[in-house]
Design a protein around this ligand. Structure first.
Ligand SMILES: [Zn+2]
Ligand SMILES: [Zn+2]
Length: 227
């Protein structure tokens, strides 16, 4: 029995529970969202045995069935555990077509960061479409296209429960980097304003790094992109 530790946080919404596992050297947030016994995994960055074991332990303790693995974008820190997760849960990832090249690049540059990364089998990958509605049982998630940090970056919006799983677009008092290959410094503020700031102030932002924030707080305080 592993101690879950302070790097694992839980947020309860009306119909879904969000479990955050902060993983790898980049302190990336891997999210497990579940409704009753059905779970979706977002951005599996779990790379060490202990990070993977904590996720499995949580799944087993709560008798969850992992049904989908969603990728906001395919930078190394968000996919370090992707091949592992796809294999162990027997599912293919869901990713935007414009981020497929980003994903295919990861094994090439991973050694620079000291990692050996395998890709999952992508033959049956689900290609996410802008505006698509994904159903976690009766809970709907809208796929919003938010390029700028990565070319095929998407955010998953739960309108009923007012939250977003948003990857590396908007952080508490910060925004995603735009100096990486495939980044676009002009596109990112546009994505934030049109796709995220257009949501209600009370929407919670579950970002790829750091603690959650809200749309209202960032519209007011974000030093990089104001409303
Ligand atoms: Zn990133
Ligand atoms: Zn990241």
């Amino acid at each position: 029995m592993l101690p879950l530790g302070k790097d694992i946080k839980k947020y309860m919404h009306k119909s879904t529970t969000i479990q955050v596992f902060t993983c790898n050297a980049f302190q990336e947030n891997t999210y497990l969202v579940h409704h009753e016994k059905t779970a979706w995994l977002f951005d599996p960055g779990c790379v060490t045995q202990s990070e993977q074991a904590k996720i499995l332990q949580y799944i087993q303790e709560h008798h969850l069935q992992v049904e989908k693995i969603c990728i906001t974008h395919s930078h190394i820190d968000h996919v370090l555990g992707l091949a592992w997760a796809c294999e162990i849960f027997g599912i293919a990832p869901s990713v935007h077509a414009l981020d497929m090249p980003t994903l295919l690049q990861v094994p090439n540059y991973a050694p620079m960061y000291g990692f050996q990364v395998a890709l999952p089998n992508l033959d049956h990958a689900e290609i996410l479409q802008t505006g698509q509605i994904l159903q976690l049982q009766d809970i709907a998630f809208e796929v919003r296209f938010v390029p700028g940090h990565a070319p095929g970056h998407v955010a998953f919006v739960n309108h009923a429960e007012k939250y977003i799983i948003s990857g590396d677009v908007l952080f508490k008092n910060s925004i995603g980097r735009t100096d990486l290959p495939g980044s676009d410094p002009e596109e990112l503020p546009k994505s934030i304003r049109s796709q995220l700031y257009s949501l209600g102030d009370d929407f919670v932002v579950y970002a790829g790094h750091g603690t959650p924030t809200s749309i209202g707080k960032e519209k007011q305080n974000n030093p990089f992109v104001r409303a």
